[in-house]
Design a binder for this molecule. Structure first.
Ligand code: FE2
Ligand code: FE2
Length: 320
């Protein structure tokens, strides 16, 4: 279901004019952060009755795409930063706006990946800096977290392994699999950044099911559902849907490289089917598509895709 525009709520946080901030900065980070302005978020609100022990609020954002480089990087990466920054120049402002908004609401900030656009010292310094702030947060990774020059190589476990340890060090929680209970609701974050999941995900996830608490999942790439597929291909006229686990039949018009990239392997398709049967799973939060969408996933859960934090999209969930 496409989100009704009436659900949109403009929310301003602080000054609305951002300071021009170059993608290649040599000044101190704190200085750069202090100079950065605040943008207005487009917040869409949802109320979810999942059986929390106490009502609470969560702000869900995704796809901030920090795109910075500095003198520690080679010419190629600095050029990349310049090119990519044209699209993502407001990411930091909007991220800061989301942090402020979450603090005001006494809410946990949930981020479902692509906080950075590519691996660089500056981007990872920034991740550490923004997460050093004292606020409640939880995150899963995105495909761009391990991207070195963006699209220059086949992205698989071997590619991810080249930067994983360095990237993981800068993030506040485990990027492969992690859970956190908030007021009786178990948030389970896992990695599906390259359109497949880990071999042992069912096994890991079963331990979360065994806790007997309502579950909200967090991963980067949304799972295939007929509604979401139609929204991407028919309504948005995309050439592919950028979802995990689409059936081969649905992907027959995809270009060969996209078909190969987005074809869910056997363990992934099995995991998705297994997840649909888990009645404790109440909601799926994800991103990656850079547009808002929410729709049914299973008998017990809906899937919530939040758009780009780099353009101000944010969801606010009131959990009860
Ligand atoms: Fe993204
Ligand atoms: Fe992504």
């Amino acid at each position: 279901m496409q989100i009704n525009r009436r659900q949109f709520l403009q929310y301003g946080v602080g000054a609305s004019v951002a300071t021009v901030f170059s993608p290649i900065v040599s000044s101190g980070l704190s200085e750069a952060l202090a100079e950065e302005g605040r943008e207005s978020l487009n917040v869409v609100k949802f109320k979810l009755n999942v059986g929390a022990t106490k009502p609470f609020t969560a702000i869900h954002i995704s796809d901030t795409h920090f795109a910075y480089a500095d003198e520690r990087n080679d010419e190629r990466k600095r050029k990349l930063a310049e090119n990519r920054f044209r699209y993502f120049s407001k990411g930091l402002s909007y991220f800061n706006a989301a942090v402020e908004y979450a603090k005001e609401k006494d809410a946990v900030l949930l981020h479902t990946g692509d906080l950075i656009d590519f691996v660089s010292e500056k981007n990872l310094d920034l991740v550490e800096e923004v997460y050093k702030n004292d606020f409640s947060r939880f995150s899963s990774s995105g495909n761009h977290e391990f991207s070195q020059y963006v699209g220059e190589a086949r992205e698989d476990e071997a590619y991810k392994a080249q930067s994983f340890d360095r990237v993981q060090k800068s993030f506040p929680n485990d990027l492969k699999f992690c859970s956190r209970v908030i007021n009786g609701v178990n948030f389970v974050a896992f990695d599906d950044v390259y359109y497949y999941v880990a071999e042992n995900l069912v096994e890991l996830f079963q331990k979360e099911i065994d806790k007997g608490l309502p579950i909200v999942t967090m991963c980067h790439v949304p799972f295939y559902t007929p509604d979401l597929f139609k929204y991407m291909i028919v309504d948005r006229k995309e050439q592919c849907a950028y979802v995990t686990g689409a059936p081969d039949e649905a992907m027959k018009e995809y270009k060969q490289d996209r078909f190969q990239q987005q074809r869910g392997d056997e363990k992934t398709v099995k995991f998705i089917e297994w997840l649909k049967g888990q009645s404790l799973v109440k909601a799926l939060l994800c991103g990656h598509l850079h547009c808002n969408f929410e729709g049914p996933f299973s008998d017990s859960a809906r899937q919530y895709v939040v758009g780009g934090n780099f353009k101000g999209d944010a969801y606010e969930f009131s959990f009860e």
